[in-house]
Design a binder for this molecule. Structure first.
Ligand SMILES: Nc1ncnc2c1ncn2[C@@H]1O[C@H](COP(=O)(O)OP(=O)(O)OP(=O)(O)O)[C@@H](O)[C@H]1O
Length: 538
């Protein structure tokens, strides 16, 4: 069956003309989507374009202001998430939603008894949970283990199993893969392919082109709350998608090339020096020098030391070793984040919710949190000063927002991330440590961030960036440090960097030792919450 006829098959889920406003913000203006059975349909759009709002309407979390929804050709109006689940629409979100102290089994079946008309027998629950987990995990954990004892990736697999055991007609993965490690992510994609053949449809929301390339049949683009177009996956190149998402011809890739085209000066002064930093007892200590104007990537399989290393550069080493901020050949030791900040180091953390955002405070306050002193006028904090300082970052990072006084929690996930990045850029750091900064950021905005990094490095700023995206390392970095088992296992220079060489290095191999496929996903190390949807509607 060709692609054309696939799109013409009867729709299992269809949305037409959906609109939803939050106060003055029109999150969705007119959104339509048609999903036939047995299709993986990717949904892409800039940060704030309305993707999560659409997902929340499809899963009964929000009621639309107007527009219609049909499931199997019948009009539906979901009164809440339970109604959507009953209709066969289940979502898994970026945040890992499990109840930590409850068992794996309970988490997989969480909420089911209130939703299904017939209770599922205990033995049946066990066997179905074990079967689905066996598809997703290399080793099925004891089903009675409290889920909090599992790794973040395995916890997310339990969240995905929760959806799969219910045999959904439509599975929605809303950036749900970002918490999975590479092997689990690949197993999920295989499980999706099997269920697709049985007629399950998947709505796949992601900012990662490698993942969209790997599983999508078709791609729909949302722009400012409106459906723009649906393409066959083969037509959906990065450049074309950026054009459709932004509505302009400005091109993806140009700014990344600016960064990649630079040749850092090998004689530039060393700004940061780590010596003998032991990340885990028994692991080889790490030595590292960072020169002005460099962009150095940190990579590896999840939990292999790269996260501990970037934190050591910010807070000081966890045990043995030293981190020195060097100026004119002399070094000041870093033993705390306060010392790091005072020495001109900036740090954008990975988990914006837990580590970086003040949820009840405004967008402006969140931006100026690290630079309040600059906004004093005659001893008083000036809102206008903060607003003026924020303006260039807002425009450079294209932060989509209403008023600066709006709570930061009203921003879309990607725009929240940009506010955190702006906060640290405003400190004018000499050394910028970025812990997976573009996670959740749309493909166009990633380029804007790369362009900003190019500007900074041209001024002599040095950047260390942990990234879970292989392509980002290849496009951006002057060299990449690969971590394995708590130690530095390989350093790849720009000339040596390819998808194959980098992924091989994650597994402790070189490209000549045989192929290893895939990219590396990283976790949202966010807090676990006892809810099935991000809004707490279990
Ligand atoms: N509860 C809310 N209150 C006010 N505004 C909201 C709320 N939820 C979403 N919005 C606004 O609606 C718009 C669409 O947000 P949405 O989260 O749907 O975007 P998105 O496409 O999922 O973005 P991202 O890629 O960053 O996750 C944004 O302008 C956002 O600020």
């Amino acid at each position: 069956m060709n692609e054309q006829s696939q799109a013409e098959r009867p729709a299992v889920l269809e949305a037409a003309g959906l609109a939803k406003a939050f106060g003055a913000t029109r999150a969705l203006r007119s959104c339509s989507l048609r999903m036939p059975a047995g299709e993986v349909h990717a949904l892409m759009g800039e940060n704030g374009s309305g993707k999560s709002t659409l997902v929340k309407i499809l899963t009964g979390v929000h009621a639309p202001d107007s527009g219609t929804l049909t499931v199997d050709g019948r009009p539906v109006r979901f009164g809440g998430p339970a109604a959507a689940i009953r209709a066969g629409v289940m979502a898994v979100y970026q945040e890992v939603l499990v109840v930590g102290p409850r068992s794996v089994l309970e988490n997989v079946w969480l909420g089911a008894d209130g939703v299904f008309r017939r209770r599922v027998a205990e033995a049946d629950k066990r066997s179905r949970a074990a079967a689905v987990l066996a598809e997703l995990l290399e080793q099925v954990p004891d089903l009675d283990t409290p889920v909090e004892q599992l790794s973040l990736s395995d916890r997310q697999a339990c969240g995905i199993a929760r959806a799969l055991v219910r045999g959904p007609k439509v599975l929605i993965l809303d950036e749900a893969t970002s918490a999975l490690d590479v092997a689990t992510r690949d197993r999920l994609f295989r499980a999706v392919a099997r269920r697709k053949a049985e007629g399950m449809s998947v709505l796949f929301v992601s900012h990662r082109m490698d993942e969209v390339d790997a599983i999508a049949d078709r791609v729909s683009v949302l722009r400012s709350g409106e459906s723009v177009v649906t393409l066959d996956a083969a037509e959906a190149t990065t450049a074309e998608l950026v054009r459709l998402m932004t509505g302009s011809e400005h091109l993806a890739g140009a700014s990344a090339a600016d960064v990649a085209g630079r040749a850092p000066d090998p004689a530039a002064p060393v700004l940061l020096r780590a010596a003998g930093v032991r990340l885990h007892p028994g692991a080889e200590p790490v030595d590292f020098e960072l020169r002005a104007g460099e962009v150095v990537g940190l990579a590896g399989l999840e939990g292999h030391g790269q996260d501990a290393f970037i934190k050591a550069l910010w807070e000081g080493p966890p045990g043995e070793g030293s981190v020195l901020r060097t100026v004119d050949g002399t070094g000041a030791p870093i033993r705390s984040e306060q010392q790091a900040a005072a020495a001109g180091i900036g740090y954008v953390p990975r988990d914006r919710r837990a580590e970086a955002l003040f949820g009840t405070m405004s967008i402006r306050e969140n931006f100026s949190a690290a630079t309040l002193r600059q906004d004093r006028r005659s001893g008083l904090l000036s809102r206008r000063a903060a607003q003026e300082r924020f303006a260039p970052y807002r425009s450079a990072l294209k932060i989509r927002m209403g008023r600066g006084s709006d709570p930061v929690s009203t921003l879309s996930g990607g725009n929240q991330q940009k506010v955190v990045i702006a906060r640290w850029l405003a400190r004018d750091p000499q050394v910028l440590l970025l812990n997976d900064p573009t996670r959740g950021v749309d493909i166009g905005a990633k380029r804007d961030i790369y362009a900003l990094l190019a500007e900074l490095t041209a001024r002599g700023v040095a950047v260390v960036m942990l990234s879970t995206e292989v392509d980002e390392h290849i496009e951006l970095m002057d060299r990449v440090l690969v971590f394995r088992e708590g130690a530095l296992s390989a350093t790849l220079t720009r000339a040596e960097l390819t998808r194959q060489s980098l992924v091989a290095a994650f597994f402790g191999r070189t490209v000549d030792e045989g192929p290893v496929s895939g990219t590396v996903a990283g976790p949202d190390a966010g807090p676990t919450t006892p809810a099935l949807t991000p809004d707490g509607a279990a």
